[in-house]
Every structure is written in C-alpha cells, then in structure tokens.
Design a protein around this ligand. Structure first.
Ligand code: CU
Length: 137
C-alpha cells in the first residue's frame, strides 16, 4: 500500500513537471529535446563555448530584450535577427571548431566545438522506454 502511494505521488510530480514545461513552451520556442542549449541573457552567449558531437544541434534562445544574431565568423551559418524570446537551431555535421559572433555591434562571441561522432542513442529503445513510462502512469 505504501509503495503504491509513493508511485502515485511520483506520477503526480511528473505530471506537474510536464505542465511546467508546457507553460514555458513559448519562451523556449523551437528548441527540441536533445538540443544543446545556449542562452543569450544579454550581450553575451551562455555558455560561450559548447562541445557537441557530429550531427548534434545547438539551440540558442534569446532571453534579452533586444535582438541578436548567431553568425559564424567564417561563411557557414547566420541566424539573422533573433528577437526576444525567439530561438535559432543549427545542426553541425562536420567536426571542428566554429567561432561565431553577433552581427550587431555588441562585442559578443562564442564557439561551438564539434567532436567526432559519439555513440548515437538507439532511437527505437528511447521511443519504447518513453511510451512504457507514459503507460505506467
Ligand atoms: Cu547582439
């Protein structure tokens, strides 16, 4: 009985967390699960350097009240203006170090370091485990 009550409580907490994410969905914009997040709290990127594996995606979220861009120092990618609460996703398909900056005169810069391919998670296993979690509640 006690175990059952504990399980029910855990499910209740999980449901509350899901609702919390739902209310933040607009601010988080287009970031997807698995993205490596970088925020723009002001005239800087946080963290200023992220390390990811090939084929991973970085998602920048502008938490400032003015627009910024994510523009590669070398020709490669350019977000264009990212307005407040907007996001920009960029997938990196080759290993290397990719410095970027804001094209506005904000003196801000960052680097995405892409390392060789890591072990990709098996998509089938991830899908089945998440559906099992959902059905158990
Ligand atoms: Cu900027």
């Amino acid at each position: 009985m006690k175990a059952l009550a504990a399980l029910t409580g855990a499910c209740g907490i999980a449901a509350a967390i899901v609702i919390g994410f739902g209310s933040d969905a607009r601010a988080q914009g287009g970031c997807l699960p698995g993205d490596t997040p970088v925020t723009i709290p002001g005239t800087s990127y946080s963290p200023s350097q992220v390390t990811i594996t090939v084929a991973s995606t970085v998602c920048w979220t502008n938490e400032d009240v003015i627009s910024h861009t994510v523009t590669s120092d070398s020709p490669g990618f350019d977000s264009g203006a990212i307005g407040p609460n907007e996001t920009f996703r960029q997938q990196f398909t080759t290993a290397g170090s990719f410095p970027y900056h804001c094209s506005y005169p904000h003196n801000m810069g960052g680097t995405v370091v892409v390392t060789g391919s890591g072990p990709p998670p098996p998509p089938a296993a991830a899908a089945s485990s998440s559906s099992a979690t959902a059905s158990s509640c």
